[in-house]
Design a protein around this ligand. Sequence first.
Ligand code: NAP
Length: 546
Amino acid sequence: METVVSETSAALQTVDAVVIGAGFAGLYQLYRLREQGLTVRVFDTASGVGGTWYWNRYPGARTDSPSHVYQYWFSDELLAEWDWKERFPAQPETERYLNHMADKFDLRRDITLNTRVSRAVWNAQDARWIVETESGDGRRETVSTQYLITCTGPVSAPMLSPYPGHEAFKGEIVHTARWPKGGVDLKGKRVGVVGTGATGIQVIQTIAAEVAELTVFQRTPNYAIPISNPKYDDADRNALRARYPEIRQTVWSTFVGFDVDADPRAYADVTPEERRATLDRLWADGSLAFWLSGFREAFFDRAVNDELSDYVRDKIRVRIKDPAIAAQLVPSDHGFGTRRVPLENGYFEVYNRPNVRLVDIRAAPIERVTERGLQTAAGEYELDVLIFATGFDASTGTLTRIDIRGRDGLSLKEHWARDLRTAMGLQVHGFPNLFMTSAPFAPGAAFCNAPTCLQQQVDWISDCIRHLREERQARTIEASADLETRWMAHHDEIANMTLISKTRSWYTGANVEGKSSRVLGYLGVGTYRQACEDVKAKGYEGFEIA
Ligand code: NAP
């Protein structure tokens, strides 16, 4: 790393790569680039490493991916020494794992925490990015870098409450993705939760017994699968470790980056009895297998999806005592699996409790926060704590909240507002030497076991940078407009065949006003990885290298 004095900045630090984000992807990206001898700075707004697993410390936060696929594959030593405690680890365990990774590989010395990247401007003359940062204590830094790599996560930019009146509220308001480190005292309080997605469901089922009154403000009911989450002992871990070599190969080629894939049989070839037996077996597994390794037609064929949806509706309905409440909790406006399916643990039984009430905010929308609670069109609800589990501006939000300027001052935010597009989710035409992970139109934006896709993209980016430096002695790489156009056509062709494209959710950007309506994630981890490998094998075909 060298420090030079420029006319515009007192001390401009020069590095080979700046990585934004110190979560799963950012830590691994730092490790990979250091291996090549690059100088790297990593910046993260948080006060610790871990990304999603730093921020989402709300009650009940845990993975919906089993630990044996939710991990790094690059280090045999790490695989051998890390003992997962349960099948679906809770937030503290995953956060500990990522801290362990940072310590084991001595990553912290290149990571600057409490620091937000506010601006990044491409300087065509020097073929470098000028990156500006702001720290929590008001310090600003400017760094010149050849490569800028965003590891900002698919679901990281919280959608804060859009309702007026926050300042009047006498209690505490918190978004689940900004849960205070010291926790929130909920015991014996009147608590309101807005949102019933994967996050809301985990919060609601976890706090219902602890609070005095729980009011759930629901706009859209969700399907959910009961979790089976055994604690692991050494025998369980050894059995899984014995399978690691096989799992580590499999995850790259499946539909969504797990170690299981969709049923190979055509739905039409299976008798109704066999179908039922298959669904029962998958349901009993207590994982996302019911969604992801069932019949693939459920994603495309309305009739098949209807059958599956009815199966799940029946499972939900019988768990709720009051038929009127059951009618509100059973989804009817979308098919099973067309939005993200959460795992749950006693979620539906929560509504049998006397201290829990369900409020339909589709029928009577929220109007504002008041001094005492929340006002809907039907009346005021008195609360001590108001929890917003209202989700994220997925995939694009973290990037458009940074002022990123490419060639000729092109703003990424404005560019994407006009036309949201990427080349394979790895680059955007007009933004040389900017690499992205979990950006739109790669599987990691939405449809992937996140660590699988993040590692695949980091590996691809790292190989690409090695190629540019060692084999081409090149200064810049930029996706061509043609590659972007071809990729978008390919992406849209697959996405538009699915029922997901016809359903409102964060998967299609429908949760953010004004966001481009396009399925955000590429469908098919295996196909995507093959496409990336093909591009690489052909000397990064479709990318302009200079
Ligand atoms: P989400 O799925 O987008 O759910 C947000 C919820 O808030 C929905 O119920 C939504 O209603 C409601 N909502 C949003 N804005 C609202 C508003 N202004 N007024 C009232 N209600 C509003 O967000 P999430 O639950 O945080 O989950 C996001 C993603 O994070 C998940 O899909 C998953 O990928 C990831 N995640 C994973 C885990 C895990 O692995 N265990 C856990 C949590 C989250 P509508 O549906 O009507 O829009």
